[in-house]
Write a protein that binds this ligand. Structure first.
Ligand code: ES4
Ligand code: ZN
Length: 319
């Protein structure tokens, strides 16, 4: 699966493979609540989003230094290149780290330097999308944005992730307005577990340029018509939706209906270390489940470039 493509929905902390968890724990002298790699892997069975997030945050404690964040991103970028990715927009969760005392500068500088090197090393362009944890107070999100200082220039945009139900988009209206004023791109998770009204409000109140997941949008025909008319991209993550029981099995995934409706859909891996595969594995899974042929897969790969925040000249290169 080496079609030139972009990945637009990828949590860099969700690429933390068990081997690296234990390597970094040893390096940083951290005691883990898991016996060994096998024990950690045996816990990769989730009942919903929250059960996954609990393990995801537990593993991130091994990330301590700028070098750790750099190593994490380098390992992902190597795998990304092997899967034909030419452009990647990486989500990261600074509050998951600053809450534990890690300076935001270490997080950003480690990730950004790996991305910068990837351009020459691997021919991959990209950027960082800073995600706010929606289950933390909005004051914490605003303080995080304010703390960026001149590192704002190392950020491509902002996003919103973590527990969705109970934390509606309107909580973050002022934070998004500030980010837009700073010239940042804005995206947000919506309609993964939350209702279609969260997608509508994310468009109206946060003015999101893309919706992450958004698969519950199909429950609202008016919303579907709007997504099509306004060409709002949805970054869909099929294997994630199966693992987090948003859908029962891959054959039940609404991806074909979304394409049929005319929505600009992209295929992404979300948290590939936890959900059974990287972006190519997601393409293979949907090809098998839905009998998508090469032109159909190529159309999805093209969508990922169109929906990206790459420059027009880079988009032309990847077309
Ligand atoms: C996430 Cl799958 C998913 N949904 C919401 N927040 C997240 N953070 C990391 N993975
Ligand atoms: Zn996600």
């Amino acid at each position: 699966m080496t079609l030139p493509k972009a990945e637009l929905h990828l949590h860099i902390e969700g690429t933390l493979e068990p081997e690296l968890v234990f390597e970094l724990a040893a390096r940083n002298g951290i005691a883990l609540p898991f016996a060994d790699i096998e024990d950690l892997r045996s816990r990769y069975s989730f009942s919903d989003l929250q059960s996954f997030l609990d393990l995801y945050y537990a593993a991130t404690i091994v990330l301590q230094t700028e070098a750790d964040f750099r190593a994490l991103a380098e390992a992902y970028l190597d795998r990304a290149a092997a899967q034909g990715l030419r452009h990647v927009e990486l989500f990261f969760d600074p509050q998951a780290h600053t809450e534990r005392g890690v300076p935001i500068e270490a997080v950003i500088d480690g990730l950004a330097s790996a991305l910068e090197d990837a351009e020459e090393r691997l021919g991959i362009t990209g950027g960082l999308i800073l995600c706010f944890l929606r289950n933390l107070p909005v004051e914490s999100a605003m303080a995080t944005l304010d703390s960026l200082g001149d590192r704002t220039s190392r950020i491509l945009g902002i996003g919103l992730d973590s527990t969705e139900v109970g934390y509606p988009p309107e909580l973050f209206t002022a934070v998004y307005a500030r980010a837009r004023d700073l010239g940042l791109h804005v995206v947000a998770h919506a309609g993964e577990e939350g209702p279609p009204a969260f997608v509508t409000d994310t468009l109206d109140l946060l003015r999101a340029e893309r919706i992450d997941h958004g698969i519950r949008s199909l429950e609202d025909p008016e919303l579907v018509a709007r997504l099509v008319a306004e060409r709002i991209p949805l970054t869909v993550c099929p294997l994630s939706n199966v693992r987090l029981k948003v859908v029962d099995e891959i054959a039940d995934h609404p991806l074909p209906a979304m394409i049929e409706a005319g929505i600009l859909v992209t295929v992404n891996s979300d948290d590939p270390a936890y959900f059974g595969g990287y972006v190519g594995d997601n393409y293979v899974a949907i090809a098998r489940a839905f009998g998508f042929d090469d032109p159909a897969l190529a159309a999805l790969a093209r969508n990922s470039v169109i929906a990206s925040f790459a420059s027009d000249s880079r988009k032309a290169e990847l077309a």
